[in-house]
Design a protein around this ligand. Sequence first.
Ligand code: SF4
Length: 467
Amino acid sequence: MAFALTSSSSSTAISGSNFPRSTSSSDLKVPQIGSVRLAERHATVNLSRRRCAVKAVNADPKRNDSIVPLAATVAAPEVLEKEEAEDFQQLAKELDNASPLEIMDKALEKFGDDIAIAFSGAEDVALIEYAKLTGRPFRVFSLDTGRLNPETYRFFTEVEKHYGIRIEYMFPDAVEVQALVRSKGLFSFYEDGHQECCRVRKVRPLRRALKGLRAWITGQRKDQSPGTRSEVPVVQVDPVFEGLDGGIGSLVKWNPVANVDGKDIWNFLQAMNVPVNGLHSQGYVSIGCEPCTRPVLPGQHEREGRWWWEDAKAKECGLHKGNLKEDTAAQVNGIGNGAANANGTATESDIFNSQSLVTLSRTGIENLARLENRKEPWIVVLYAPWCRFCQAMEESYVELAEKLAGSGIKVAKFRADGEQKEYAKRELQLGSFPTILFFPKHSSKPIKYASEKRDVDSLMAFINALR
Ligand code: SF4
């Protein structure tokens, strides 16, 4: 992580390159940008004696792309090491009555350069204000889906100028957007739901961003969506996404305004004279992509302005899917009967699409399992396309398949939900989705991958140990 900071009694300036730690090939597409400059230090709080473990090594007072990647890295290893043993459930209880400022301060103190604020361009600008007030360096990233309102793009720029920061924008994969739009058109979400488009334009870019972090900060509030956000804790181990170290549990999610009412956020923004998105004055409360967001009437809940043509229960774009419970939890654990989603098969498009991957039919995997001697070993994922953990490992599994192409090891997938589930449980050790099996060359018995680390390196280590 490139990082530089200077400090004087009146000003603090930092700059840092974005999400550069990961070395997987997919990360090469990630923009290497990002800087923060606090024009005035408003550090009126002293919530902790221990301040951020970032040393002053360089100055970057101007907005200048050319010098950002040259900045030097300083992170505090001892701070990062401490996180591993932290009980975040307990911490959430301790901080439940803390102010957003205290929570923000704690988050930035703990994670320093490995945490970033997810900024949507709405009233979550309050997070940036709180971060500024801590006096600590901080990072901000935004997902540019390509479908935002012009007002939101202008607002991003205004926020950058107001805080003297560089927002680290994340963009969707151009090839994926192209495939979606060419096959289904620009407004397919009105026909078959927003999940597919959101997955391409939001969830996957977010996943890439988070893979370079150990923690992130969101503007989720309990009052935003009674159906899905009513139990949002102020801090939690992210139940869906992976962080830098890979695997479920490698990322911490902070929600400093979880307990704050929307009206109190607005009072705060007004009191601090914070710039706001021009769409708010046109009746927009929740702000997202232009085709999927509309103003709400007085008395209407803000989430009624999002994906209004869909069932209210489904109004998460995938960024905070961990909030979804009940029937979806059964799906995620692979223990539900799938009825909630027509055997989990009706509305989701398939995943793990790559020419380097073999798609096994029921007959195909039965044959594979029967063979005593195979020409080559196989690795097979048993998956369900609606399972968020399967979705989370999609990129790494496809990358694995591409790496192993021509190596003598076959990489395959078998869709094991719906009517295949009983067979997979009985014959293929399916416990939950995804289940990864290695079929050695000279044995009919597949070996189950036990770890939850599903990054390419971990999967390669598994294969290399058995091939
Ligand atoms: Fe696509 Fe709408 Fe989701 Fe934006 S909010 S990514 S336009 S479905």
